[in-house]
Write a protein that binds this ligand. Structure first.
Ligand code: NAD
Ligand code: UGA
Length: 469
């Protein structure tokens, strides 16, 4: 099929590369010329596993780039809108980018087109897109609008896209539903999963991806409700983690006990410094606005948001309780991205915590495997950026773990102890077992678990009374 994807960000670029991988001819559009230049030079503007390989494999063949919505629409029969829907001050999604693109599509129509909402949008957006296009396009313009929400996660975006749990097609006409079925056919009928040169499956090879047909409105709600539910799981476990701290229980044991109930499931039950990223914070807020506008009481979402917001403050309190005063303290920071596996620092809890520590006049040396360029755009030279975790720890009063990069869970603890000024790790992501830390000679403060004190601290504690719980 001939496909246009408008917006070449985390979702658009991955979707475009994966559609090309599925055998379609794809033109990927963006209005950021420097991004297009980089893509045309063969660069990959975001950190995403398998994306460089896919872009290299299909660039100039099944995948091209363009700055012109008009040309892309005229060359394609299916047009995916994948531009940003950032939050407005009110919490509502800013749909002006979607509207702008819809108008440009409308004046470019040449024959029947299926216009697909890939961006995350509130319920009724497909109605508005349909209305805007109808009012703007020529009288004989033929089109349908479909909602096809995207569930990929950053860091595993390519495999999430190619090996999805489900594909939701919110089409209100038979004709457009059939077109979307063709787009996803290699995943739905499983032929992609038999290709020798496929991107490797994450663990179990699905026989095929489950396709769920709904109305456009239900599809829009599925996306918001899914993100809000996952965010709720995280806030729930963080609230339980706080109870664990108060009663000296261990959240990791509680998580294991809860998560093995198949009705609950262990995914998204990792306690920490709260969820961040460009999606959960904005989507929970937008869904709350949707509920308010529908005059439905959904106060649960208020709690999801406030528990998440408080979690960062709680972490700062932990740092203060461990180090006593903060002014002038030298802090090593591991992780700036909002989660491991990505360079994305949008709404990163790590950045928020670094900002709070800077406000307390701490001196920060930070390392992130992929997020440092993004962080520099926000933090400029208010912190030092170093080349590896041990440099971040060098001479520090404490080392903070703020992002769950896998690399940070296999550090040489002996070496860290040697380079730190004081042997203290405060882990906002629970990357280490308490067992491993007991023999490390480090003080280890984590989330929802008892603090591990090295033996030297323990004897001093007896001498001077408890200074750190
Ligand atoms: P992004 O900011 O990374 O990308 C958006 C792109 O659209 C940018 O490259 C921007 O230059 C381009 N753009 C904006 N206006 C344009 C226009 N008029 N013409 C052409 N290009 C234009 O955003 P993203 O993270 O890819 O998210 C896009 C949408 O997908 C959002 O609604 C988001 O909620 C949703 N989503 C994101 C993820 C994710 O993991 N990032 C996952 C699922 C859904
Ligand atoms: C999330 C959803 O998981 C995707 O399904 C969805 O498509 C996407 O949002 C979106 O709509 O944009 P993403 O934001 O990439 O994906 O990352 P997640 O893996 O969901 O993590 C979000 C945040 O929650 C991160 O800050 C992460 O560290 C945190 N998290 C996640 C926890 O604190 N605990 C957990 O158990 C899981």
């Amino acid at each position: 099929m001939k496909i246009a994807v408008i917006g070449s960000g985390y979702v658009g670029l991955v979707a475009a590369a994966c559609f090309a991988e599925l055998g379609h001819t794809v033109v990927c559009v963006d209005n950021n010329q420097s991004k297009l230049d980089a893509l045309n030079r063969g660069e990959t503007p975001i950190h995403e596993i398998y994306l460089p390989e896919l872009l290299e494999k299909h660039r100039g063949r099944r995948l091209t780039y363009s700055g012109s919505i008009r040309d892309a629409v005229r060359a394609s029969s299916v047009i995916f809108i994948a531009v940003g829907t950032p939050p407005l001050e009110s919490g509502d999604a800013d749909l002006s980018y979607v509207e702008g693109v819809a108008r440009e599509i409308a004046v470019s129509l040449n024959g029947y087109k299926v216009i697909v909402e890939k961006s995350t949008v509130p319920v009724y957006t497909s109605e508005w897109v349909r209305r805007v296009i109808r009012l703007t396009c020529p009288e004989d313009g033929e089109f349908d609008v479909v909602s096809n929400p995207e569930f990929l996660r950053e860091g595993t975006a390519v495999t999430d896209f190619l090996y999805p749990d489900r594909i939701v097609i919110g089409a209100d006409t038979e004709r457009s539903r059939h077109v979307l079925e063709q787009v996803y056919a290699p995943l739905a009928n499983g032929t992609y999963y038999t290709a020798d040169d496929r991107i490797p499956e994450p663990c179990d090879l699905p026989a095929s991806a489950k396709v769920i047909h709904t109305s456009a409105k239900s599809a829009e709600l599925i996306k918001h409700a899914s993100n809000a539910f996952l965010a709720m799981k995280i806030s729930f476990i963080n609230a339980v983690s706080n109870v664990c701290e108060s009663v000296d229980a261990d959240i990791e044991e509680v998580r294991l006990g809860m998560g093995t109930d198949s009705r609950i499931g262990s995914a998204f039950l990792r306690a920490g410094i709260g969820y961040g990223g460009s999606c959960f914070p904005k989507d929970v807020a937008a869904f709350r606005s949707v509920a308010q506008q529908a005059r439905c009481s959904f106060r649960l979402l208020d709690d999801v948001i406030s528990i998440n917001d408080e979690q960062r403050g709680r972490f700062i309190r932990k740092v203060r309780e461990t180090l006593w005063t903060l002014k002038g303290k030298r802090i090593g920071v591991l992780g700036l991205a909002f989660k491991g596996g990505t360079d994305d620092v949008r709404e990163s809890p790590a950045i928020a915590i670094v900002k709070s520590l800077l406000a307390e006049q701490c001196c920060i040396r930070a390392y992130d495997p992929a997020g440092m360029n993004g962080a520099k755009q926000i933090l400029n030279d208010s912190i030092s950026y170093v080349a590896d975790p041990y440099q971040a720890a060098e001479g520090a009063d404490a080392l903070l773990i703020l992002t769950d990069w896998e690399d940070f869970s296999v550090l040489d603890l002996g070496r860290l102890k040697q380079v730190l000024r004081y042997p203290v790790i405060i882990d906002g992501r629970n990357l280490y077992s308490l067992e491993a830390m007991k023999n490390s000679g480090l003080m280890y403060v984590s989330m929802g678990r008892p603090t591990v004190q090295p033996s030297t601290f323990a004897s001093k504690k007896q001498e001077f009374g408890e200074f750190a719980k």
